[in-house]
Design a binder for this molecule. Sequence first.
Ligand SMILES: [Mg+2]
Length: 130
Amino acid sequence: MPTTSQNASGLTLGIDLDGVITDAPDFFSAWTHSWPGKVIIITFRSDRQKAIDDLASRNIKWNELVLVDRFDAKAEIIEEKNVDLYIDDQPEMLINIKSKTHVMLFRNGGNYDFDEKKWMLSEQTGKLVC
Ligand SMILES: [Mg+2]
């Protein structure tokens, strides 16, 4: 289990854009503005200016914006940038992130069945434990 012993001002927060910031913009606006360390937005997009505009329209405070073009690239960026806490809504993006990084899976209609009250996972991302 990773532990956090640093002062929060030295901690880097990483956040996915689509399905995370887009689903709770007020929450992430408040969080990014109060976060004392660096904020890196890591998104599976190709249009940088559209991502910048979308962050601006949601009043998100950020230090770096990284666009990736494949699933594994997010874990590589998280390692390279020493991200301490990362939030994403797709479990596929999380499987190769090293244990030193805290991870939060953001719930939305794409990964959670609200009628059945169950997470939706694939064989690659989930394991039933009972
Ligand atoms: Mg997403």
